[in-house]
Design a protein around this ligand. Structure first.
Ligand code: 5GP
Length: 120
């Protein structure tokens, strides 16, 4: 079972504008900003605007419009940053074994140099 959504999590505060961020995209369904501790030359976090902790939560409870909007936003961000041709990596850490630290669903977008084979 997923934890109940915590409205005080750091990404909720970023979404409400209570904590500053370096925003790269916002639309009806998604919000994206640069990771504060980048692990690649480009490291963007994309979050759905809805209150979802996990992939289970999102896939089970979100509307088709929310899911489509979020997926399309990730694709648009990659296009807008010129990443389609060079390529990039998407990653979502989910739950304890996934190493998720912030309990608002997010996808990491890594890019900007060859990332090599995935380690785990
Ligand atoms: P997770 O392990 O939950 O997938 O990763 C959370 C990510 O959020 C980490 O890469 C971390 O650097 C990033 N992060 C944590 N706090 C903040 C913050 O206040 N602002 C930004 N921009 N990124 C954050």
């Amino acid at each position: 079972a997923t934890l109940p959504y915590d409205d005080d999590n750091i990404f909720a505060k970023i979404l409400r504008g209570e904590i500053p961020c370096s925003k790269v995209h916002e639309d009806e369904w998604a919000f994206a900003f640069h990771d504060i501790n980048p692990q690649a030359p480009t490291h963007i976090l994309v979050v759905p605007k809805g209150r979802y902790v996990s992939w289970d939560d999102f896939s089970a409870r979100a509307s088709d419009a929310e899911i489509a909007g979020f997926v399309r936003a990730v694709g648009r961000i990659a296009r807008d940053h010129g990443l389609v041709e060079p390529g990039y990596r998407l990653l979502a850490n989910i739950g304890g074994h996934g190493g998720q630290e912030v309990p608002h669903l997010h996808v990491h977008l890594f890019a900007g140099h060859p990332l090599g084979p995935m380690l785990t």
